[in-house]
Design a protein around this ligand. Structure first.
Ligand code: GLC
Length: 528
């Protein structure tokens, strides 16, 4: 155990604010155009000022970067160009000294094809590591093992000529899927997690958390022609349902084991799943009976349209269906999706402010994606400058993920204060959306988000109760712990519930006199 562990803070994530850093886009410290860990250390003043409790870093482990770190070649180290292991140790220590924890991204669904396990596995059917991956013979007529497609919409199988079998990849062919039916894979990851826990890592965001196990018989997935991307029908993307390559029941036993390990530490380590499912009833099982993941990202909320009834429904169903005492986590953006200012608010700053108020005032953990606190919208990065092989040029109809990964703007200079070199992706084009300007403007989105984080910490840490008070096409009013929130999505005023006095916060500078003005959210202390 290390000094910065702050023992005794059990369930520190409950009601905390997590800050999601896409490391390559946050702060470059050495002019190579890529953000790095020393850059984050340089910006700890800012993060402390903002008031966040923990940082979740996008992948930091050595990788050929076919998918920017989501293709790991060594689970027990840190990429050199991010600063190496000793810089991560320093970040954990320096952030800890300011009361902030550091979480890593754990990619357990697949490795890089450059990982020594895979290199060995492809060498022969008798390789020591062969069973670490998912292999299948061609069908007797020589055709593919089954109809699975990967995340790019292409065939999920690649033939390894040398051994005459196909290996499975749910993402790029450079990301071979691990075989979680192999007990040795479990043992490897137990050691990997222990290695990082012992270094003071506060927990993991688990990549593709609902995908680790695959059907033992590798059965064909059901064909579903209603393929839709990036809304609630994600499971039907590319015309094939993900019935047998995601959400397999065995995954739950794995998380029960991981939870036992995580709770051996003081404070307990956090398992936060990338539980990419489309419905709340598919998410609830990952909470188990309080014995699997402590938190699972709520993709049904992320994919809900920005309308009061739709959002309220997801929140209601979540509180109704998660096991008693569960913690919840709310996010509006991440590195894979259009930013919430663009996707939900369609560039309307007033609506983006309403979204921030909602995410920060529903009881639970508030997961903020870097730059959203400034009101950053998506960039429109030309195809030739895009760096994401999975979505470059809208590959297979996928929205280019780089648009939500533009480097942070710290000031209005050409490099945005992000780099003195040539940035790996163009810095965010809106020069006004920058930390320096917004810090000194009391009416900025940044100051609103900072105030919300403080309000969240003060009133919603621990287990606050959620009660829906009213919802219609215009507004959503709810009680959250000691607060009452009125979120008005419409372009006309809505009534404030009886007895509420003056609000303690409004999403923008407006008068609230018995009515909350158009496109505004207001927070009151509970009058009852
Ligand atoms: C997750 C990550 C995404 C990555 C994929 C494959 O969905 O969030 O960025 O491409 O997994 O690892």
């Amino acid at each position: 155990m290390t000094l910065h562990d702050q023992p005794g803070t059990k369930e520190w994530w409950r009601g905390a604010t997590l800050y999601h850093i896409y490391v390559r886009s946050f702060q470059d410290s050495n002019g190579d155009g890529h953000g790095d860990l020393a850059g984050i250390i340089d910006r700890l003043d800012y993060l402390e000022w903002l008031g966040v409790d923990a940082l979740w870093l996008s992948p930091t482990m050595p990788s050929p970067n076919k998918d920017w770190g989501y293709d790991v070649a060594d689970y027990l180290n840190v990429q050199d160009d991010l600063g190496g292991l000793e810089t991560l140790d320093r970040l954990i220590r320096d952030a800890g000294a300011r009361g902030m924890k550091v979480m890593l991204d754990l990619v357990a669904n697949h490795t890089s094809s450059a990982h020594p396990w895979f290199r060995d596995a492809v060498s022969s059917r008798d390789s020591e590591y062969r069973s670490y991956y998912v292999w299948a013979d061609p069908k007797p007529d020589g055709s593919l093992p089954n109809n699975w497609v990967d995340d790019t919409g292409e065939v999920a199988w690649t033939l390894n000529e040398a051994t005459g079998q196909y290996y499975l990849h749910n993402f790029l062919d450079a990301q071979p899927d691990l075989n979680w039916w192999e007990p040795r894979v479990h043992e490897e990851f137990r050691r990997i997690m222990e290695f990082w826990y012992e270094r003071g890592v506060a927990g993991f965001r688990i990549d593709v958390a609902n995908g680790l196990y695959k059907d033992k018989f590798l059965r064909d997935n059901p064909v579903n022609p209603k393929a839709v991307i990036y809304n609630t029908e994600v499971q039907g993307r590319y015309g094939i349902e993900h019935k047998y390559n995601f959400n397999q029941p065995e995954t739950h036993g794995l998380y029960r084991n991981w939870r036992i390990e995580a709770e051996k530490y003081d404070p307990p380590r956090l398992l936060l799943g990338e539980t990419w499912v489309s419905r709340v009833d598919e998410l609830a099982p990952y909470y188990g009976n309080g014995d699997q993941l402590q938190l699972g990202f709520n993709f049904p909320l992320i994919f809900a349209p920005f309308e009061p009834r739709a959002l309220a429904q997801v929140v209601r169903e979540s509180f109704e269906s998660f096991p008693a005492g569960s913690a919840t986590v709310w996010a509006g953006s991440n590195h894979d999706l259009p930013r919430m200012g663009t996707r939900w608010a369609q560039g309307d700053e007033d609506l983006l402010r309403v979204a921030h108020v909602i995410l920060a005032t529903i009881p639970g953990t508030y997961a903020l994606y870097y730059g959203d606190e400034l009101g950053m919208l998506d960039s429109d990065i030309p195809t030739e400058l895009q760096q994401d092989p999975l979505t470059k040029g809208e590959l297979n109809g996928q929205w280019p993920r780089d648009n939500a990964r533009a480097p942070m703007r710290w000031d209005e200079s050409a490099g945005g204060g992000f780099t003195t070199g040539s940035p790996w992706l163009p810095v965010h084009p809106d020069a006004d959306v920058n930390v320096e300007r917004e810090m000194s403007d009391a009416a900025s989105v940044l100051v609103l988000v900072r105030t919300l984080i403080a309000l969240h910490a003060r009133h919603l840490a621990g287990s606050a109760k959620y009660t829906e008070l009213s919802v219609d096409d215009d507004q959503w009013t709810y009680r959250s712990g000691p607060l009452v929130v009125v979120a008005n999505f419409s372009d006309h005023p809505v009534d404030v519930p009886g007895g509420a006095g003056a609000p303690i916060l409004t999403s923008r500078a407006v008068e609230v006199n018995g009515q909350v003005p158009a496109k505004t959210a207001a927070v009151f202390t509970d009058p009852t």
